[in-house]
Design a protein around this ligand. Structure first.
Ligand SMILES: Nc1ncnc2c1ncn2[C@@H]1O[C@H](COP(=O)(O)OP(=O)(O)O)[C@@H](O)[C@H]1O
Ligand SMILES: [Mg+2]
Length: 162
């Protein structure tokens, strides 16, 4: 997909909200879905997660898991979102040490700094990359599995509708 320009924070939230609409309609398999959120510090990854959670009906405060490593959300639409931030990992084994292999797998995993977890991290179905461009952000989506491609095609349709 060609990159999309998001001129301000609200544009990131709107984009994420559109994505959450697709997630609600999507039939989540038993093993869930894994999305890597890539980009430098301050690129807008956590903002995107905030928009997804709002779109899925979460009304509370969305904290960045920079220190907690994981925030879990049990949503009114019956979906579970696991928001990871592995930035503070000093080695990939911390994934196992943190007990992340024992989490519920029927969940939407949104992972910041997935590369810090190496091979311990489930492979991505989709990769969403944010880059700073002037005062806004560019976002690029890559579908990496059949599941990711299914979701991407639904998202692409909803982008076209707007
Ligand atoms: N499209 C955008 N244009 C300009 N600023 C944005 C955009 N999206 C998010 N931001 C801002 O970027 C800052 C850092 O965002 P954050 O989501 O915490 O980044 P990250 O999680 O990638 O470190 C926030 O102040 C947020 O308001
Ligand atoms: Mg963040």
């Amino acid at each position: 997909m060609s990159p999309i320009f998001l001129p301000n924070e609200q544009a990131t939230l709107d984009f994420a909200n559109m994505f959450s609409g697709c997630l609600k309609k999507f039939r989540l398999p038993e093993n869930g879905l894994t999305i890597y959120l890539d980009g430098d510090l301050g690129a807008g990854k956590t903002t995107f997660v905030r928009g997804v959670l709002r779109g899925l009906g979460f009304l509370g405060n969305v904290k960045s898991p920079t220190y907690s490593l994981l925030e879990e959300y049990y949503l009114p639409c019956d979906l579970t979102v696991q928001h990871f931030d592995l930035y503070r990992f000093s080695n990939p084994e911390e994934w196992t040490d943190a007990g992340f292999d024992d989490l519920d797998t029927h969940a939407i995993r949104l992972i910041e700094w997935a590369d810090k977890g190496g091979d311990f991290v489930p492979p991505a179905d989709m990769d969403i990359r944010f880059t700073v461009q002037n005062t806004g952000r560019m976002v690029t989506i890559n579908a990496l599995s059949n599941l990711g491609k299914d979701l991407f095609s639904q998202w692409h349709i909803s982008l076209g509708e707007n």
